[in-house]
Design a protein around this ligand. Sequence first.
Ligand code: RB5
Length: 147
Amino acid sequence: MIALGADHGGLALKEAIRHYLDSERIEYKDFGTFDETSVDYPPIAAQTAHFVADGNAEFGILCCGTGIGMSIAANKVKGIRASVCTNAYCAEITRHHNNANILCLGGRVINEEQAVEFAKLFLNTPFDGGRHQRRVDGITKIEQGEL
Ligand code: RB5
């Protein structure tokens, strides 16, 4: 299960990714937005991120104009590691090294083809563990006030 969310600035990317998930018969929950009316991104980021953090989806994908607002908002939810990715390398390496669970993309930064490419990489790349597990555990310690 993949959780999807976007504001008006990321709607086109979300729709492209949604069509890709449909074509692969990958299940998703779409938290909107559903049209181009201007909307605030924090509530959509929050709903999507809580859905992932609660274990209802393995990954989330959040799209706004830059991907930045969505990532800042999603990273406020405990257990979320949301990464803004503007290239394929980052979309892949943030799974290998950071065990990122939400991919954030910007509709004013990348095109729909790139969004689908980055989503495929993100969804299909495993976490490397090892020394990276220790570092990800460090992020959790920050959340818990231990660092
Ligand atoms: C909306 O205009 C824009 O601020 C939003 O989509 C996003 O880019 C915020 O980070």
